[in-house]
Design a protein around this ligand. Sequence first.
Ligand code: ADP
Length: 533
Amino acid sequence: MTFFRQRWLAMVGLLLGYIAIEWIEYGREQLLAGIEPLDPSVGLAFAALLLGGPSFLPVVVIGEIGAAMFRSGGQIPAMTALLPALSVGFSWGIAALVLRRFANLRLAGQHNLVLLIVAAAAASLGTAAGDAASFWLAPEQHDGAVTQVLTRAWIGDMIGAMVVTPLLLVMRPPLPLPSRAAAIEATIQGAVALTMLWLLFTLPAAAEWQLYDLLVLPSIWAAARFGVRGAVVINIVLQIGMVAAFVMVVKDADAVTAYQFRMLILTLSTLFLGVAVTERRSVEDTLRRRQDQLDRCARLSMAGEMAAALAHELNQPLSAALTYSRTAQRLLDSPGGDPTKLRAAMNGAATQAERAGMIIRTLREFIGRGELNRQPQSLPTLVRDSLALLELDYQRAGIRVEAVLDRTLPPVLVDAVQVQQVLLNLLRNAIEAMEPSSVPRRLVTVVARPIDPGTVTVEVADSGPGLDQDLVARLFQPFSTTKAAGMGLGLAICRTIIEAHGGRLWLAGNSPGGCSFRFTLPVVSGTKTGGQA
Ligand code: ADP
């Protein structure tokens, strides 16, 4: 229902447009020796046929007949006006049909503008042919030769179509409201355009100095800044100004035709520039939107990885705290439980809970600052503390631990919680590898020694079954695991931490008798390492 109402309203609007244009132009043609420098009704009709489709054709024909009769002051009968009106309807109707099928009517992209220009040029030729026929039928109504009449009719229609049609195609709702700054800039552009027109038609030497090019400035400015919308608006402003100047100043039909040819070139160039600018902006917008989507995806996946990493890191201290608490519970339940053992178990649980808190704090700080809290640390202390945290696990699994810590080890410049994280991950992996009953000899060795004046190396080796060859290639990739409850993040996190410290982590040895991991760390600058590996 609304659709039909809108359609009817548009048809009435088209007829009113015809009436308004004829009323404005009434009598002006006489001033220009019978030529019509611009036919906006053609542009209006073309836009209506493009947007509304063939159902607007009868309205266009009626409008054309009415306009011709009005122009002649009722001198020509409707039947004589019918032939040119049909030629307008036929030519522009076919052009509109083709464009509706093949072109984007918002002129998105250069090829759509080219299609519009070609279609309009062909249609205005068709109309001009109709005019030529009327010339042949009633030569006394025209001044000049047939070629002249044809050329003037063609340029008038073409300019009308190129100025009015793109304006109606592009400035359709929804239109965004311009910002204050844009509105001010557009007003200045309009003022500059009118000033240039005034100069062009009032300066005595304007023709001699070829000042026509003055109009290029506001055109390019508007198209470059506001794209196709700027182009269509500046084109109509300049065209209205031109027609006013023709009527008031030029009054010479040949000069008007020459101006109109230059105006057509300027109008088309401005449209091309405007379409190119809008096209580039829309490509930039699309790219920006894609980038935003990618960023959002990256952030989401980072958040997912962070959550997985946090779960992985917290798992160990929390399960250790649970084991200590259960031990404490058992000691409390058993009659005559040893208070020293009870205190040790409670202490163990508290230490593990503190450690969980520290992991969360470190991660939060890392996310907040994006950097590590690096302080000079004693490597032997870090190793011993890590071993102590896992003592219960070693004892339960019957694993012997050997730590070879070089006495000459200089302090390392590291984030203690993070490096302990690495040690705990490697040690825990070693324990888990040796847990199956098939492993007869259970030994973990930690060796730390300097390798060059600025670096120390730490090796964690075990006597477990070693790694499968196909796992070795993707060992440090996230989510590579062979454990039922494993997340496959431990080694990936370890490598990230060590690399963030400027070191390296790698699989140093792998055999059925066990495997070893090695990593390097930087020493505090100014301190010397005591030896070579
Ligand atoms: P997760 O321990 O959660 O599986 P990791 O990244 O720490 O994740 O380890 C990945 C895999 O590497 C483990 O599932 C295990 O198969 C293997 N692995 C790591 N360390 C050892 C080791 N010392 N001995 C044998 N296999 C190991």
